[in-house]
Design a protein around this ligand. Structure first.
Ligand code: ADP
Ligand code: MG
Length: 482
């Protein structure tokens, strides 16, 4: 129906400004509107959120319930929805009991049906409710779910790979989310989305969440990132720290002076040390890891992202919170940091859902735990479509050390085997001397374009250090062309 399509398009424009549907989005939206469950796998930045937000806006008198793994992600989404005039709230464990109660009251004000009547006609009623998986699966929350059940348009599980032990970010409470499914009417459509899922993970996610459909509707977008150039560098094994990271520091300082990049480290101490080494070389670099206090983390985030990370979104507009008034008064006194960081030296504490388009390089000081993690982390480069460089540094000791850690921390179990296999795939990716790195990555995700050369790249040899046919991986070969 053209009229229906027009309405979809208008709602889309309300959510993202101007524009039309991107690849894959309309198929997911239509399936959800038709009441089907959908599992969709789009690369980072493709626009997965819109696919569940839009059907929620289209449903009269109902809201979309979104499970999201990180508080920062939830608040970010709530903030951008409100900026677009869409009422939204986030519920998670960092809120005080009072804050939580106030927010709950805006969703469904009362247990009495007579008072519920007409409530959803009010403009302020949230159209999207973001909920942490911990709260969603806690027994205290069962009553709220019961109360909401006839007002939920759809349930969306964001970053759904967290359900699977085969994924790189397994979260135990994600695995309990099927309880939520059992508590809600079976007619509510469920959407599960992620940027990383091999066929094994997809199957695991679908089974575990109990997604329906025979066959289940899956919407998969190609994973090929043709503007990314991959390389791997075998680190020298000097004992002293400076020596160990010489190549990484050299490669970073050789990047164009205005370009932004992320360096991923496995340890907090490496973040600190590498940031310091870069500063000594005149590069504005900042560390970012879970060991920093809230203020430092925020300052580094803002210095890198280049926009303030507002904290006020947790309070619904119009609700009276003395605390939030105090917060904003304090915030007004603090000037926005003028400091800018070109390079963020981070652990994986930084990244999920970060929306910065002009990251020109992502370097890994040491290998990540899995190729999925590598794809996701390196994929934060070049989201504007312009060329970007992804280089991983490794030594054999990184792998032997990581394996020992897995075995000593988990003992012998199924998850140990999985973790070891994931690590083996990364090791094979690094030690590979023949095959195109891009092909290896794509094959890992079962993407059929793995065996085709990149179609749009200006230089076919540009996709990785292997295709460039260097005699050995050299810094020279990876430096950006001038
Ligand atoms: P993902 O979760 O897949 O990584 P997001 O849902 O965060 O991606 O979307 C990334 C960005 O793309 C957001 O800024 C969003 O507003 C924008 N976006 C999504 N869909 C569209 C569209 N159809 N047209 C224009 N912008 C869009
Ligand atoms: Mg997302």
């Amino acid at each position: 129906l053209p009229e229906e399509e027009m309405k979809l398009l208008r709602t889309l424009q309300q959510l993202v400004g101007a524009g039309s549907f991107r690849s894959g989005q309309l198929e997911v939206v239509k399936a959800l509107l038709a009441g089907e469950d959908v599992l969709y796998v789009f690369p980072t930045g493709a626009g997965k959120s819109l696919c569940y937000q839009l059907p929620a806006l289209m449903s009269a008198g109902k809201f979309g319930l979104v499970i999201s793994p990180l508080i920062a992600l939830m608040e970010d989404q709530v903030r951008s929805l409100r900026r677009r005039g869409v009422p939204a709230v986030a519920l998670h464990s960092e809120l005080s009991a009072t804050e939580r109660r106030d927010i709950l009251a805006t969703i469904v004000p009362s247990h009495r049906p007579s008072e519920l009547k007409g409530f959803f006609m009010k403009a302020k009623t949230p159209k999207l409710v973001y909920l942490s998986p911990e709260l969603a699966t806690s027994s205290n929350f069962a009553e709220s779910l019961r109360l909401w059940s006839s007002h939920i348009a759809l349930v969306a599980i964001d970053e759904a790979h967290c359900v699977s032990k085969w994924g790189h970010d397994f979260r135990p409470c994600y695995r309990s989310l099927h309880q939520v499914r059992n508590q809600l009417p079976a007619s509510i459509p469920w959407a599960a989305c992620t940027a990383t899922a091999t066929s094994k993970v997809r199957q695991d996610v679908a089974e575990n969440l109990g997604l329906k459909g025979d066959p289940l509707r899956e919407v998969l977008l190609p994973f090929d990132r043709q503007n990314l150039r991959y390389g791997v560098i075998h680190r020298r094994e000097d004992r002293d720290f400076g020596g160990t990271y010489t190549e990484l520091i050299d490669l970073t300082t050789a990047q164009p002076p205005e370009s932004c990049g992320i360096i991923y480290c496995q340890r907090k101490s490496d973040c600190e040390n590498i940031a310091e080494l870069l500063q000594e070389r005149g590069v504005s670099a900042m560390p970012f890891h879970a060991g920093l206090c809230k203020n430092k983390k925020r300052a580094a985030f803002e210095a890198f992202i280049g926009k303030p990370l507002e904290k006020s979104s947790r309070n619904p507009k119009g609700a009276k919170h003395p605390k939030s008034v105090k917060d904003s008064a304090e915030k007004a006194l603090q000037p926005f940091p003028t400091e800018r960081a070109r390079v963020l030296v981070a652990t994986i504490a930084f990244g999920m859902g970060v929306d910065k388009a002009d990251v020109r390089f992502v370097f890994h000081a040491a290998p990540p735990k899995s190729l999925s993690a590598y794809y996701q982390e390196s994929g934060r480069a070049g989201r504007d479509g312009e060329p970007a460089l992804c280089v991983m540094f490794f030594t054999e000791r990184d792998f032997s050390g990581a394996k020992q850690l897995i075995i000593s921390s988990r003992g012998h179990s199924a998850t140990t085997d999985i973790a070891l296999q994931e690590l083996d795939a990364v090791e094979a990716f690094c030690s590979n001397t023949e095959e195109c790195r891009r092909s290896l990555l794509l094959r890992h995700f079962g993407d059929p374009s793995a065996d085709k050369p990149p179609a749009t790249q200006r230089l076919p040899s540009h996709c990785c250090d292997r295709c460039a046919a260097f005699a050995h991986v050299s810094l020279q070969g990876l430096l950006p062309p001038h």
